[in-house]
Design a protein around this ligand. Structure first.
Ligand code: AGP
Length: 614
């Protein structure tokens, strides 16, 4: 959470930083600020509450002049959303400007001792202790670097920090400690940049490098030097920057979310590309790290993730058990590490994270490594921390996902999980040749069938107009569609702020049925699969209690049409691809309800695309 960008070079820093912040806004958007240094003279700070566009329009008569600067877009943790809590933060003398991503876990103790030593604070944030700590080092006559370096040990928690000092024009210091959403340094033409993510660097940086834990970068227009806290130079390789990281546009759609939903046929196609040998009838996930013997020796597969990625894990669990015949479990990364999980070399852990920077998932991955488990990742962000912790990463290849609500990365994850299930089944000889061939054929047909689901947006728009005023929704599904019900409810909550619960339909009678009345529509996922008759019973139970049912069902299902109030149609499909077809229907329902309610669907309140705090 929080986006950081810094620039030092010959150009005006203000516009570059504002553009960078705009591309990082998905990380947080409750306030933003910049600091620009004009030679050794003036350090100008400008902040505003709200999105980056508020700051840009506040500066429409011109950003402060200067060629060294930094900026920040905030996702509040400590201290309410207010101008005083927006970054950059300063020291007592107004000579230092600091932007920070992370949580200073020992800030109360640090702040207390700084107050006792006479420092004054302007904000309620934990971050503000940082400029005051640097200030103390400088007051003792230390160099900027020597005053900055001890932060690595004095601040507890995970951090990304960038600082500038009025008396060191043409220099920025950056530091990474732990997993706080990453920090990337870039080199351009006699200029250097630092940012939380590649899109903020792409326009100017030609080569980039990722800072590792406990590394400090000293940026000047001529070079970027990376050092340890003790000042030893760390040799780093700067790689050419990938143009895939470039800022995406809406491609004519009103929102990124809609564009990303509509891209999903290509997303699934691209997740399959090069990973299946259709002629040989084989799956070949690139870099799969387990030998044939190790696959045969596997005793357990554990899938971890948060939010939408957890729902993908829950689908994956079922696919892996079905195809590979190996016990599989899915668990929230945020719970996993706090229960002393039993992991050994016979456990394969699959970590799912579109951002590759989710703090809970990274911490869980660390735990797996320490315990000697085998670890692969499914991830959409090239070079992210998750990809570096895992033995192998299967890239989602979904392209930039800008909408804060995950859509196409979910479908990419499901596709890769199906392939993983088949590959494990193949390796364990748990899967007959015919079933494997058929399953691959079904996956290959998914992009075409998905195209049918999103071909006509009319039903979703009509349904949204009809249901946008309701305050509660219940989503029901069984088997592989239980996690899809959870995902449908999550999408609705996130972007329309309507309370929605996902439930396994068989559990409804054990409690939630008490809630059923005409004020709570029930979205029932009821494709024609082996659990269809059970779902029909659940639908009857809702109807018998005066509930309204919106069913997602198979094309041509007259029986379902007769039993429900509203029907969203998906093509007939086998279970391996059914979730790929049902999910977009639920995404579109949530999207249009959010739009109908006038919500900011691309940047819902209180959320961020990368959740880099625990
Ligand atoms: C999804 O719509 C959410 N924004 C959120 O639940 C997200 O899936 C979660 O934070 C995990 O993100 P990750 O995939 O980047 O780890």
């Amino acid at each position: 959470m929080c986006g950081i960008v810094g620039y030092v070079g010959p150009r005006q820093a203000g516009p570059i930083i504002l553009r960078g912040l705009q591309s990082l806004e998905y990380r947080g958007y409750d306030s933003a600020g910049i600091a620009v240094l004009d030679g050794p003279g003036e350090l100008a700070i400008r902040k505003s509450v709200g999105k980056v566009r508020e700051l840009t329009s506040f500066l429409s008569n011109g950003a402060p002049s200067g060629t060294t600067g930094l900026g920040h877009t905030r996702w509040a943790t400590h201290g309410k959303v207010a101008l005083t809590n927006a970054h950059p933060h300063m020291d007592c003398r107004g000579e230092l400007a600091v932007v920070h991503n992370g949580i200073v876990e020992n800030y109360l103790e640090l702040k207390k001792s700084l107050l006792e030593r006479g420092h004054t604070f302007a904000s309620e944030t934990d971050s503000e202790v940082i400029p005051h700590l640097i200030e103390e080092g400088l007051a003792q006559g230390k160099s900027f670097e020597d005053a900055f370096a001890p932060l690595v040990d004095r601040l507890h928690g995970a951090h990304a920090i960038v600082a500038l000092w009025k008396k060191a024009p043409g220099k920025l210091l950056a530091m990474r400690r732990g997993n706080a959403g990453g920090l990337i340094v870039g080199l351009g033409q006699s200029e250097a940049l630092v940012a939380s993510d590649l899109p903020a660097l792409v326009p100017l940086a030609r080569r980039v490098c990722f800072l590792e834990d406990r590394e400090i970068a000293v940026l000047t227009p001529a070079e970027v030097k990376v050092i340890t806290p003790l000042g030893r130079v760390v040799p780093k390789r700067f790689d050419p920057v990938s143009t895939d990281a470039a800022w995406a546009d809406k491609g004519g759609y009103k929102h990124f979310m809609l564009k990303e939903i509509m891209e999903q046929p290509q997303t699934v196609g691209s997740a399959l590309r090069g990973r299946v040998d259709f002629e040989a009838g084989e799956v070949r996930l690139e870099g799969f790290p387990l030998s044939r013997e190790q696959v045969l020796d596997l005793r357990r597969v554990l899938l971890i993730g948060c939010g939408t990625s957890l729902h993908a894990a829950m689908v994956g669990r079922r696919l892996i058990e079905t195809f590979a015949g190996v016990p599989a479990e899915a668990e929230s990364s945020s719970e996993f590490r706090y229960r002393n999980p039993t992991i050994d070399a016979h456990t394969l852990v699959v970590a799912i994270a579109q951002s590759g920077e989710t703090a809970d998932t990274l911490a869980a991955m660390d735990e797996v490594r320490q315990k000697g488990g085998r670890l692969v990742a499914i991830c959409n962000a090239e070079g992210s921390q998750a990809t570096r912790l895992a033995e192998a990463t299967f890239s989602m290849r979904a392209g930039p996902e800008i909408g804060v609500a995950s859509t196409k990365t979910f479908l990419a994850s499901l596709t890769i999980l199906a392939l993983l299930g088949l590959q494990l089944g193949q390796g364990r000889e748990a899967l007959g040749r015919q079933l494997l061939q058929e399953s691959l054929g079904h996956l290959a047909s998914a992009p075409y069938l998905l195209g049918q689901v999103i071909a006509d947006l009319g039903p979703y728009q009509r349904m949204a107009r009809r249901f946008c005023h309701y305050e509660h929704f219940l989503y029901l599904g069984r088997g592989i569609h239980h996690p899809i019900a959870l995902e449908g409810a999550l999408k609705l909550k996130e972007i329309s702020y309507i309370h929605a619960e996902g439930y396994p339909a068989g559990e409804m009678k054990h409690g939630p049925i008490a809630l059923i009345d005409d004020k709570m529509p029930v979205v029932a996922i009821a494709p024609r699969d082996e659990l269809y008759p059970k779902m029909l019973n659940n639908i009857e139970e809702v109807k018998a209690r005066g509930g309204t049912v919106i069913a997602v069902g198979t094309q041509g299902d007259q029986e379902l049409a007769a039993k429900t109030d509203h029907l969203l149609i998906v093509p007939a499909s086998p279970p391996i691809i059914a979730p790929l077809l049902v999910t977009p229907a639920l995404q579109l329902l949530a999207y249009y309800i959010g739009v109908q309610k006038g919500c900011d669907v691309d940047q819902p309140r209180n959320l961020a695309k990368s959740v880099t705090v625990e």
